[in-house]
Every structure is written in structure tokens, then in C-alpha cells.
Ligand binder design. Structure first.
Ligand code: ATP
Ligand code: MG
Length: 352
């Protein structure tokens, strides 16, 4: 297979974790006989410094010519005082919008050797293997009207049937690829948009008879994620509920620093990035944990290129290195030997 990937290292530890992930990508390519052509572009603070624009046209056109995008992280204190249009984070919002990446996928999987850092009991967290699918481009964050009045404020939740259908359909496909269970989350006892959401899920499930569907209210899911997280496979929900639940889910297994994410749309194109940010205070020291970005490469191979075996090999290698007791500074506990970013990456590469 021959594919083009645009690589956007970004700011802070972004370039360091990206360098590791790209090495792993190329090793997997070699081992499975694929050629990945990489094009590097600027985004975030790095792009502001170079182009006075957090998402320059040059970067957009690179991405348009690619099959997928791999991103590090954006932001840092250097640009905190900038005007809103010249903030690094603006680059990220604009790239999602430009490519209409309406589905945000955040898998959360228990890694046995990291469960000590979970706030939950080991027996509650140990079998967790779920994915939050969050609608990313609609809902209350974008609905009009939004305004302040003299004695109050207004936000509006808007969803069209089409917007709900496309995210729900995606979630059904993902459930099919995973354990075949879909939990749809809404607040249908109160919200009109939630009743539409539930209706769409009910209609769509006729097309996916092999997927087992449940409806839950968001408040109940918030509790169940803590009391019985291994109950869930794919959880699909609207923008704001997904924002909140995906952060809640990310701490369940204690491995926040190793979580990957994908932002996708109906075709094979997608943007892949670690859940964590640019961690400016440790940037440039060679100590960042590259696992989340390496696992984002696994997601890219699986969801954009359909390379399941290659993705599984990366996941296996990462898990094996943790199981062997090798950690970067953020995960190491007393007595563990601490590896640098490149030492840890080499362990993964040797494993592959
Ligand atoms: P953002 O606003 O971009 O989400 P943030 O400041 O909320 O950024 P992070 O940049 O993810 O969050 O950092 C949170 C903490 O986790 C920091 O102490 C940071 O050093 C640490 N951290 C984040 N990612 C990593 C990593 N890959 N390796 C080591 N430490 C990390
Ligand atoms: Mg943050």
C-alpha cells in the first residue's frame, strides 16, 4: 500500500512525540511492505511564528493532498497573550472545521501495568475497553442565537436530522468493528434535540441488526462510567455531553497520558492526535511520553487505511514495553528505571 500522510508537529512536546511516532510508523511500513510518504506542515504557535497564521493555506493544501493527518499538539505560554485569531488553538478548531471532521473518537483501554494510577479499584478498571464517539461540529457550542442580555444569557442547542444521522451511522459502523454494542447517550426526558437523537438511533438500528443498542440518559452514564465502566463498548453522544463524558472516561484507567484520539468524517480521511496537550514545561528535554502519539498512528492505520493487523502490532508492542516495566518519567514509580523519549521509542521499535 502507498499512502500520503501530512505531519503537523506543532508546539511544545509535539515535535518530540511526533518524531517517535513517525519512526514507529516507518518501521511498521517496512515490516508490512507499505510506503508512507510524509509531508511536514506548520500549525499552531509554530505556524504563527513562521506565517503569522495558526493554520496557513500551505498547511491546508498539504492536508488536502493527503490521505490522513498526524498532529502533535499546539499551544504554549509564548502565544497566550495573542488576539483570539492568533492563538495556536485556533489552528486546531479551523482544521477540524475546514475538513468537516464531525466525529471525535476517544478509545479508553485498561493497560494492566498502569492501573495503579487509576482512581478506581483495580477490579473495576481492569477490563475497560470502550470508545467515546462525540459529535464535534454541532450542538450548543455552535447553535444560534447566542447572546448576553441585560439580565441573562442565551445559548441554543441545534441539530439537524442529517447531522445526527451521520454521527450515529459512524458509531454503528465502529460498534460493528469492535464488540458490537452501542450505547446512545441523550437527555430525551428533557431535550427536544435528544428526542430527535433517540429517534434517529431507533431508525438506524434496523440497518444494523447485528449491533446491540441501548439508550441511556447522560446523568446515568456519568455514574455508570465510574461504577461499572467495563459495561461499555461504543458510546455515542452529542457535542457537549461528549466533551464532558470523554474527559471523565479518560481518567478511568489511570493512563491519561497514553490516550490517542481521532477526528474523522464519513470517508477515510482523518486527523489523529494524542489527547494530551503540548506540555510546554517539559518541552525540549527529551522526556515526553510518546505512547499516546504512537497509539494515534495505530488509529490512523486502522481507521484511515484499514490496516488492522499493523495497528494491532503497534498496540501490542506498546503494551509489551509497559508490561516489561519500561516507563517515561510521567508514569514511572519508585524503583522503576526511567527511560527518555527516544529510549522508550526504541523499545517499541525493537518489539515490532
Ligand atoms: P491543553 O490545554 O493543550 O490540553 P494542558 O496544559 O491542559 O494542555 P497537557 O499539556 O496535556 O495539558 O499537560 C498536562 C500535564 O500532563 C502537564 O503536567 C504535562 O507536563 C503532562 N503531560 C502531558 N502530556 C505528556 C506527555 N506526553 N509526557 C509527559 N507528560 C505529559
Ligand atoms: Mg487541557
Amino acid at each position: 500500500m502507498e499512502k500520503k500522510i501530512t505531519v503537523l508537529p506543532g508546539d511544545g512536546i509535539g515535535p518530540e512525540v511526533i518524531a517517535s511516532a513517525v519512526e514507529v510508523l516507518q518501521v511498521v511500513g517496512k515490516r508490512f511492505n507499505h510506503t508512507f510518504h510524509l509531508a511536514y506542515g506548520a500549525i499552531g504557535g509554530a505556524a504563527i511564528d513562521q506565517y503569522n497564521n495558526p493554520l496557513p493555506d500551505e498547511t491546508i493544501s498539504l492536508c488536502e493532498q493527503s490521505d490522513a493527518v498526524l498532529l502533535g499538539a499546539v499551544g504554549g505560554p509564548k502565544w497566550d497573550q495573542n488576539t483570539p485569531e492568533l492563538r495556536p488553538e485556533k489552528g486546531l478548531l479551523r482544521i477540524r472545521k475546514h475538513f468537516d471532521l464531525f466525529a471525535n473518537l476517544r478509545p479508553v483501554m485498561a493497560i494492566p501495568s498502569l492501573l495503579g494510577a487509576s482512581p478506581l479499584k483495580k477490579e473495576v478498571a481492569e477490563n475497560v475497553d470502550l470508545m467515546i464517539v462525540r459529535e464535534l461540529t454541532g450542538g450548543v457550542y455552535f447553535g444560534e442565537p447566542r447572546m448576553r442580555t441585560d439580565d441573562g444569557a442565551i445559548d441554543t442547542t441545534v441539530y439537524s436530522r442529517k447531522e445526527v444521522e451521520r454521527i450515529v451511522e459512524n458509531a454503528f459502523h465502529l460498534a460493528r468493528l469492535r464488540k458490537g454494542r452501542l450505547c446512545s447517550v441523550d437527555k430525551a426526558n428533557v431535550l427536544e434535540t435528544s428526542r430527535l437523537w433517540r429517534e434517529v438511533v431507533e431508525e438506524m438500528k434496523k440497518r444494523f441488526p447485528d449491533v446491540q443498542v441501548e439508550h441511556h440518559l447522560v446523568d446515568s452514564v456519568a455514574m455508570k462510567l465510574i461504577t461499572n465502566p467495563s459495561h461499555f463498548d461504543v458510546v455515542v453522544t452529542e457535542n457537549m455531553f461528549g466533551d464532558i463524558l470523554s474527559d471523565e472516561a479518560s481518567v478511568i484507567t489511570g493512563s491519561l497520558g497514553v490516550l490517542p484520539s481521532a477526528s474523522i468524517r464519513g470517508d477515510n480521511f482523518g486527523l489523529y492526535e494524542p489527547v494530551h496537550g503540548s506540555a510546554p514545561e517539559i518541552a525540549g528535554q527529551g522526556v515526553a511520553n510518546p505512547a499516546a502519539t504512537i497509539l494515534s498512528v495505530a488509529m490512523l492505520l486502522k481507521y484511515s487505511f484499514g490496516l488492522k493487523e499493523e495497528a494491532a502490532e503497534i498496540e501490542r508492542a506498546v503494551n509489551a514495553v509497559f508490561e516489561d516495566g519500561y516507563f517515561t518519567a510521567d508514569l514511572a514509580r519508585d524503583g522503576d528505571r526511567v527511560l527518555t523519549t527516544s529510549e522508550w521509542t526504541n523499545k517499541v521499535i525493537n518489539e515490532i
